[in-house]
Ligand binder design. Structure first.
Ligand code: DAH
Length: 343
């Protein structure tokens, strides 16, 4: 009897291990374990045995049944898994998983655009220290010692012993601090574009403590206000659109004479005046003819050379660009992906 069980087990196992199909496996299961299956019938034989033989034969029978059932289960799992992976590797039309792709920050995009626009008319982008001597940030730009911008309410000061000539160390409050550094290179004519981070102690909807400015300086022979105006118009048209124009208004800056405030015509009413702009013009930033004292600080003879300069906020012009509406500038640096992803 036991012999019969062991033979049955061997033939069942070899069939199970050989098969490569789930349907065939099911047929094998029925062949051995089904209602009239070979093992089931053999079990019935056990009941006919004598009382002494029964326990031993029953034990073997149960053991064989357990082995066959387990092997079928294992084989079934193996074939199901194989079937799945076969399906995956074959389906070339299934869409792939796209890795998330980021993009440049809105401000970086603007900086690149500004650099390209000015690059087309010969400006070269320069970089100057972000942590700077007071002398470059203020003194060389004709600021008197008691000018309010020097107040530590406006400017960030670095904790360091002031230098007897250069004064204290500050975080650049404006890109104008690159003007005299550029002049000291002693390479005329100058056509520089300094785009950099600036710092001031102000934080509200229209100010962040760290922001960016771009500063243009042109110095050479016979440079006049008309060159400045032409450059401003060119930039305004390139950046904001062909139908926009620039206007200059008298103003005051320490380092330019004469000084101007630059406005651009409103994109809705084009200078006529509307609900949005009221006057027809939007204020953009400062400009002027480089002050003779500044030229002297830079080692340039103001009798021989003249120049113009302008300095505007990157975030500011970004806000003024059509289609971009930013109510609170601080969102630019808040790392809010829902906001940043839109640009
Ligand atoms: N540095 C000035 C500021 O931060 C902006 C400025 C005004 C720059 C006039 C200039 C200029 O080059 O000519 O407010």
């Amino acid at each position: 009897m036991e012999e019969q069980f062991l033979d049955l087990k061997n033939s069942a196992l070899s069939l199970i291990l050989d098969t490569e199909s789930l349907t065939e496996l099911e047929e094998i299961r029925i062949q051995f374990l089904g209602k009239n299956g070979e093992l089931t019938l053999l079990f019935k034989e056990v009941t006919k045995l004598s009382a002494e033989e029964k326990p031993e034969a029953g034990k073997v029978a149960n053991e064989v049944k357990r082995i066959i059932e387990n092997t079928i289960k294992q084989k079934s799992d193996e074939l199901t898994k194989k079937g799945k992976s076969k399906h995956q590797s074959l389906d070339v039309t299934e869409p792939g998983i796209k890795p998330p792709l980021g993009h440049l920050h809105l401000v970086t995009q603007a900086i690149r655009e500004i650099t390209t626009i000015f690059g087309h008319i010969g400006f070269t982008r320069e970089r100057y220290p972000e942590v700077e001597w007071d002398w470059y940030a203020f003194t060389s730009l004709n600021f008197p010692d008691d000018h309010p911008a020097r107040d530590d309410w406006e400017t960030f000061f670095i904790k360091q012993q002031p230098d007897s000539k250069m004064g204290p160390v500050v975080l650049t409050p404006h890109t104008s601090s690159g003007q005299v550094r550029e002049m000291q290179k002693k390479q005329l004519p100058i056509k520089m574009l300094n785009i950099a981070k600036c710092y001031r102690r102000q934080s509200d909807v229209s100010h962040t403590q760290m922001f960016h400015q771009f500063e243009g300086v042109v110095i050479g022979q016979d440079i006049s206000i008309t060159h400045l105006k032409g450059t401003l118009d060119y930039f305004v048209k390139s950046y904001f659109g062909k139908d926009r124009i620039a206007r200059i208004r008298p103003y005051h800056f320490q380092f330019t004479e004469p000084s101007f405030e630059v406005d651009i015509s409103c994109g809705i009413c084009f200078g006529k005046g509307c609900k949005l702009c009221k006057e027809g013009w939007l204020e953009m930033g400062g400009a002027g003819m480089v002050h003779p004292n500044v030229l002297k600080f830079g080692g340039i003879d103001p009798q021989k050379y003249t120049g113009f300069a302008f300095g505007w906020g990157v975030e500011r012009i970004l806000m003024m660009k059509e289609g971009i509406q930013i109510d609170d500038l601080r969102i630019l640096y808040g790392n809010d992906l829902d906001f940043l992803k839109q640009f």
